[in-house]
Design a protein around this ligand. Structure first.
Ligand code: CTP
Ligand code: CA
Length: 223
């Protein structure tokens, strides 16, 4: 029975899913972050668990509740996220990086609240580790999946990320497309594979897309 088979086709597999934004502290009361809601990553985690995987959901701060059956690991900064991934890296066969990681963090975190003073304020930022790029270097035969939200040159930019970060595929969407974007329950994506094949998926819910992503991962695992 193929339907039944599919339901538990991740049995025996360990999956790391990252989700949500990261927060990079400026001082004890302020941070730099982004509009990620975590919906896409939580959908992937939920479906992977439903299909039988052991799932570590490593998530930045979101308003969502942890899906049933996942091991929830809350994190805040990009560096926290990276270290929690590395704690479970050896155990996992599949890593799905849907988190919106802040590219830069404040160079210094002030111990006390910055007081209002002059007419302008400059905060120096330094580059965060590119977690996915670092994982790509040590991936071995693990399946590595990235996400990209672009506002222009979607395919070109996403292809470059697949190559540079040594991904199996990337799930890319255009922020300005109707039915896509951060808070939406639906998504409209292109899946770009490492062999250059570009799949254009129709608009679907994030839960449906999660299943589509997992289907492609299982296919890679089979071959
Ligand atoms: N990513 C990561 N660590 C970072 C930045 C991004 O792991 N410091 C991951 C994201 O989780 C995502 C993928 O890389 O799966 C692509 O993220 P994106 O922001 O689109 O790519 P960048 O390489 O940061 O390029 P840019 O923001 O300049 O488009
Ligand atoms: Ca980025």
């Amino acid at each position: 029975n193929r339907l039944l088979d599919k339901k538990r086709d991740f049995e025996g597999k360990t999956v790391i899913v990252t989700a949500g934004p990261t927060r990079e502290a400026i001082d004890p009361v302020r941070f730099i972050s982004n509009h990620s809601t975590g919906k896409m990553g939580y959908a992937v985690a939920e479906k992977a668990a439903e299909r039988g995987a052991k799932v570590y959901l490593i998530s930045g701060p979101t308003a969502l509740k942890a899906p049933d059956g996942v091991i929830m690991i809350p994190v805040s900064s990009a560096k926290d996220m990276q270290s929690k991934i590395m704690e479970h890296f050896d155990e996992a066969q599949i890593i799905i990086k849907s988190a919106a990681v802040a590219d830069y963090a404040p160079a210094t975190v002030h111990d006390h609240k910055i007081k209002k003073s002059g007419e302008s304020l400059t905060i120096e930022l330094v580059k965060n580790p590119d977690i996915l790029y670092e994982l790509g270097k040590i991936k071995g035969d693990k399946v590595l999946v990235g996400f990209a939200m672009e506002t222009q040159n979607l395919i070109e930019n996403a292809k470059e990320k697949v190559t540079k970060k040594n991904l199996d595929f990337i799930v890319a969407n255009d922020l300005f497309t109707e039915g896509a974007g951060f808070a939406s329950d639906t998504n409209v994506v292109k899946i770009i594979h490492k062999n250059g094949v570009v799949e254009e998926l129709p608009k679907m819910t994030k839960l449906q897309l999660a299943d589509e992503i997992l289907d492609r991962i299982i296919e890679i695992k089979r071959t």
